[in-house]
Design a protein around this ligand. Structure first.
Ligand code: ZN
Length: 156
């Protein structure tokens, strides 16, 4: 399944859906600031989900990162994280911002940046954080309706 389709399936568009998330895996495109998201992890055994919180256990997601790295012969790597929010247009919580800062400081990653995606119910937003910076910048905003249309066009 396309990574976007996996994320869209977990959007909190009904009251019973809990926060979900995982890591983003993909490639940095040489000589540009572009990235390609090849795969994501979603909720795994051991993760804690609530309507307003999601906490992932490090170990299983790390195993997925390692396997993906090996299978791609080292071309695909850890790019960041994604999760859902039960609000139309997502804003990072205080906890999110602290988590992102900690990841930029402590996680092992290639290049200078990590990317953080939050899917609200109507929009998906992307933030970029820099290894040396302290603020994550909003770099993209995509209406989910439009993404759904792209997805539908792709499939036969
Ligand atoms: Zn959050």
């Amino acid at each position: 399944m396309h990574p976007l389709a996996k994320m869209l399936a977990l959007v909190q568009d009904t009251p019973d859906k809990k926060e979900a998330g995982g890591v983003i895996l993909g490639r940095h495109i040489l000589d540009s600031t572009d990235i390609v998201v090849d795969e994501i992890t979603t909720v795994m055994k051991g993760d804690t989900q609530g309507r307003f919180h999601f906490r992932r256990r490090r170990r299983r997601h790390q195993q997925a990162i390692d396997k993906f790295w090996q299978d791609s012969k080292g071309t695909c790597t850890y790019l960041g994280e994604w999760h859902t929010h039960p609000e139309p247009h997502p804003t990072p919580s205080f906890v999110d911002l602290n988590n992102w800062k900690r990841k930029l400081r402590e996680d092992v990653f290639a290049g200078e940046n990590l990317y953080f995606i939050i899917l609200g119910v109507e929009t998906m937003r992307v933030w970029e954080g820099c290894r040396t910076g302290t603020i994550c910048q909003l770099i993209g905003e995509f209406p989910l309706r439009r993404i759904h249309n792209v997805e539908n066009k792709d499939s036969p």
